[in-house]
Design a binder for this molecule. Structure first.
Ligand SMILES: [Zn+2]
Length: 97
């Protein structure tokens, strides 16, 4: 973790050393008793990353759903084609027997 002069390194409330922690790739410091120190726009950065992750998860779900629908459609088309083939085969066998 880089040494950031904005970081207190000790809790402003109890003066105890804060524990370095990372959330969504953003470094922050925590006092177990008094909470988390988020200098500057770290909270905003975390929110932005969470939103981006949610967005990419949403697009991934959409993509997978589309693929699943296409696969089912192909399977259904294949099934109806083989049904038609067997129907044609049955007709031929009735006509030419
Ligand atoms: Zn504290």
């Amino acid at each position: 973790m880089q040494n950031d002069p904005e970081r207190p390194h000790v809790c402003p409330a109890c003066q105890q050393p804060m524990i370095p922690h990372e959330v969504k790739g953003i470094a922050l410091e925590i006092c177990n008793e008094h909470g988390t120190w988020l200098p500057g726009d770290q909270l905003g950065q975390i929110v932005t990353r969470v939103q981006k992750e949610a967005q990419s998860q949403k697009s991934r779900t959409k993509r997978l759903t589309r693929r699943l629908i296409q696969r089912r459609r192909k399977e259904r088309e294949g099934a109806s084609r083989s049904k038609q083939t067997s129907l044609v085969g049955a007709l031929f066998s009735v006509i030419f027997s």
